[in-house]
Write a protein that binds this ligand. Structure first.
Ligand code: ATP
Length: 227
């Protein structure tokens, strides 16, 4: 008798990580911490979504096309990452709620985990339609060992913050998971500043991105090469 059990059983819901950012440029802090989160939470993939018009930023330094190319280089090197350019294709501001709503429609059986750093956590209550957003996904906050979110007084955080991975895995959405991940203390702003000052940034960028920044003179004020 044929074994039909495997074919009849619905596919297990996939866990999808979502990592949105300006990525100006994408750096090893983004890459290592999100890969570590993926390992701990069994993400099947991490979508990297470069923002076109970040609502909270005045503008970008590299062009949308250059930021997309840098993210594509990272995706070509690390299997788990997939470029998702939906926000770059919009002409309206990039609100996370729009992208996550679309993703939920496209993957109704998947759990969505939206990845942020601790610097973004405090601003989370002011994100556009945050109450609707947190009903569609979990947030995963990459933290250092011993991180204590003392200043998070906003009512929004009540009953959502946890460091319990097992609990978050049981729920479909609505948690803000504080997750210790391997950390690299760097930001894109610092990298752009270091380039301006002629300092080496090679330890903060993947080889491909470093080469791309060099060869294309992405940051015009750049005094140094990435090596
Ligand atoms: P900028 O300095 O230009 O603001 P950034 O380095 O903070 O850039 P973004 O693209 O703005 O990078 O950030 C996207 C997300 O990545 C944010 O949620 C931010 O908190 C997170 N992030 C930034 N740097 C790190 C890092 N070193 N480790 C973990 N997460 C990070």
């Amino acid at each position: 008798m044929p074994n039909t059990e495997r074919t009849n059983r619905p596919a297990a819901p996939a866990n999808i990580g979502i990592f949105g950012g300006t990525f100006d440029p994408i750096h090893l802090g983004h890459i290592h911490s999100s890969m570590d989160a993926a390992r701990q939470l069994d993400f099947d993939r991490i979508l990297l979504i470069p923002a076109h018009l970040p609502p909270h930023k005045a503008g970008t330094h590299a062009s949308a096309s250059q930021r997309k190319q840098m993210v594509a280089l990272v995706c070509a090197h690390f299997d788990i990452f997939k470029l998702d350019s939906r926000e770059l294709e919009r002409t309206t501001p990039s609100y996370t709620i729009d992208s996550v709503t679309e993703l939920k429609q496209q993957h109704p059986n998947s759990k969505l985990f939206f990845f942020i750093g601790t610097d973004s956590l405090i601003n989370l209550p002011s994100w556009h339609q945050i109450k609707e957003l947190v009903e569609l996904c979990h947030f995963v906050v990459s933290t250092r060992p011993g991180y204590c979110p003392a200043s998070l007084q906003d009512e929004f955080f009540k009953n959502k913050l946890t460091d319990d991975i097992a609990l978050v895995k049981q729920k479909s959405a609505g948690c803000i998971l504080l997750l210790e991940t391997c950390q690299l203390d760097i930001s894109s702003t610092q990298i752009r500043e270091m380039l301006k000052n002629g300092d080496s940034v090679s330890q903060y960028l993947s080889t491909e991105v470093a080469q791309f920044v060099d060869e294309n003179g992405i940051y015009p004020e750049q005094n140094s090469r990435t090596k």
